[in-house]
Design a protein around this ligand. Structure first.
Ligand code: HMG
Ligand code: MG
Length: 299
């Protein structure tokens, strides 16, 4: 059956802005984060402590965290790939990190400059140290459905990568369809393979990109499989600079509209969120790709 309540993991400020060609000023990022939290989102991914040359859009991560005024009850996780990133996150007072692994060899190389096996050696000390510091640690797995260079990705390969991250000490996995090629049957098969391997569905989150228009259908399939944490980005911002043809994430507004229709609690004020996405679209100089944002803006 469907969950009664869904935790929306908002990734617009990270997955969204990392892919914008325009540099978004720090002030705008801070206001964006605050408006997202103000709209009722309780998990607002803030930025990434990655190499500034790899993702120049998020090169201001240290200053962003220093100037962020956290709202009561809101978590602001950040992406951390390695020990250097964790040093920076600790210095910034971060309490919740996410490491990000690849399910494929090619994307591990392109996104992390590591082989599939080498990525685990990079993450292991990060997760151990973060846990010892009492941090929560999410583990993203990218390219869980298809990879632009390798084609369709085998379910068993994804389960094997995901289980290694859980064994390392990650408390949650986010299964990413980085390029948006997945469809609901594939989602059911992947989630079924995880639970068959002994992973509790409560440790799984889903992360869909809407490249082929399947993100919402895939989300419904995941909810029906028992998943209750869903990643999305306000206004459908997003993509990945190191994955060819990846477009925006599932739009948070589209997700909220569906959850409302299903009577599933989420805590988000849709009107405030749409206003935030319209405001952000103006800052970026192009309209939001979210269908719900467009429909409500012209209603
Ligand atoms: P590397 O070049 O192999 O790094 O990059 P290195 O370990 O060899 O270090 C080289 C230099 O970089 C050193 O400096 C380090 O200190 C420095 P030097 O000694 O030469 O002066 N350095 C750093 N500086 C600041 N912060 C750091 C850091 N690390 C090293 N954290 C690395 C390896 C992982 C750093 C690089 O590949 C990288 O930053 N990659 C990030 C790519 C990225 O952010 N991609 C987007 C996020 S993933 C995504 O979007 C998918 C997701 O949404 C899920 C989905 O959709 O499926 C999550
Ligand atoms: Mg993503």
């Amino acid at each position: 059956g469907l969950p009664e309540r869904v935790t929306i993991w908002e990734v617009g400020a990270r997955d969204g802005l990392q892919n914008e060609s325009a540099t978004v000023p720090l002030e705008v990022k801070l206001e964006f984060l605050d408006r997202l939290a103000g709209a009722g989102l309780r998990v607002v991914e803030a930025t990434s402590f990655v190499h500034p040359r790899w993702v120049p859009q998020l090169a201001d991560a240290d200053e962003l965290l220093a100037r962020l005024t956290p709202r009561e009850g809101v978590r602001y996780p950040v992406l951390v790939p390695n020990q250097r990133g964790l040093d920076r996150a600790l210095a910034a007072g971060v309490r919740h990190i996410a490491i990000f692994a690849s399910a494929t060899e090619t994307f591990a190389l392109r996104n992390l400059n590591r082989s599939l096996d080498e990525q685990f050696a990079m993450f292991e000390p990060v997760v151990a140290r973060a846990r010892a510091e009492g941090m929560a640690v999410r583990g993203y797995v990218s390219m869980c459905f298809g990879d632009p260079w390798e084609g369709e990705v085998a379910v068993d390969q994804v389960v094997s990568v995901g289980r290694r991250l859980l064994d390392m000490g990650c408390d949650q996995l986010s299964l990413g369809d980085t390029i948006g090629v997945g469809t609901p049957g594939h989602v059911r098969a992947l989630l079924g393979a995880f639970t068959a391997s002994g992973v509790d569905v409560s440790a799984l989150a889903v992360h869909f990109h809407d490249t082929y228009g399947q993100a919402l259908a895939n989300t419904l399939a995941a909810l029906e499989s028992g998943v209750s944490t869903v990643d999305s980005s306000a206004g459908g911002l997003g993509g990945c600079p190191y994955a060819r043809s990846a477009t925006g994430n599932l739009a948070t507004e589209d997700l909220v509209w569906m959850l409302d229709g299903l009577g599933i609690e989420h805590g988000v004020d849709l009107e405030a969120l749409v206003a935030t996405s319209l405001w952000m679209a103006e800052r970026l100089g192009r309209p939001s790709p979210s269908r719900v944002v467009r429909a409500l803006a012209s209603a």
